[in-house]
Design a protein around this ligand. Sequence first.
Ligand code: SF4
Length: 332
Amino acid sequence: MDNKVLDIKDLQIRYVTEDGIVEAVNGIDICVEKGKTLGLVGETGAGKTTTALSILRLIPDPPGEIVSGKILLNGIEVMDVGEKEMERIRGDQVSMIFQDPMTALNPVITVGDQISEAISIHQHVSQEEAKIKAKEMLELVGIPGARFAEYPHQFSGGMKQRVIIAIALSCSPRLLIADEPTTALDVTIQAQVLELMKELKEKMNMSMLMITHDLGVVAEVCDDVAIMYAGRIVEQGSLVDIFKNTKHPYTEGLFNSIPNIDDRKAELKPIRGLMSDPYNLPQGCSFCDRCDYVMEKCATEKPKKVYFSETHFTECHHYSDNPDFQLNKGKK
Ligand code: SF4
């Protein structure tokens, strides 16, 4: 039986603008299995949010354009369903939590009414039933149901993010997409919110796509990890594969850019330069301008996937030439 809640195949998305064509997502394959959390990791502009929005079919068209590929959500091709059916899918099958809890809530509607509204729209229940369920959802995310009639400004940032989680989960989606859900929160609150999301994922038997640039968040909540760079998945594997058996120079660069608590004297080594201009991606490997391992052919030939196990692969010429190639620039 197919265990995939989300299965994206060869997805290619671009934005056609007056200044040119932005190649945002360039042929990616990702899947999220039932009950698992996949971390989609990369820096700003890598194509993570575009990928997430395409799953909900929320890419503004124009200028956005899905050029090719498949997006299967519980076996349903989201690009083939009508708008009415898509509205049902958003909520029942998939929900998304956005980065900034300060702007995601309507300031003039009580939090209770905002949760009830989501429930009424998707579950066609009476107002009274929606209200009862909304109070249950508040309790589920650790907010007393008695605060139902309060407005967003009466809640702290962490509490607001809990309300947003309650809205996102109110229709028991099978897949929750979380786009940098803790980035705008204080560090202490971040840990609480991540813990809550982990707990709820288990309780509701959901799957999760966690979009983040933070490898600490990945270590905390993910089972599998996809590293995205300039619209490509450059390495993908289990959490252990990515953390203990790093293969791609970019993944190594990400690890070298974060402080190591076990070696406080170790120097941070940021990745040099900036991500390639998405209007004008290099002909070969998109990482070639920043890579410490660059070879002549990297500038002209696109690297192909090389598999180390059924689930762990990377895209780098070194492994096509020599599967035993080892990174050696000091991953901590
Ligand atoms: Fe670096 Fe070349 Fe590998 Fe790209 S293909 S990551 S430029 S060595």
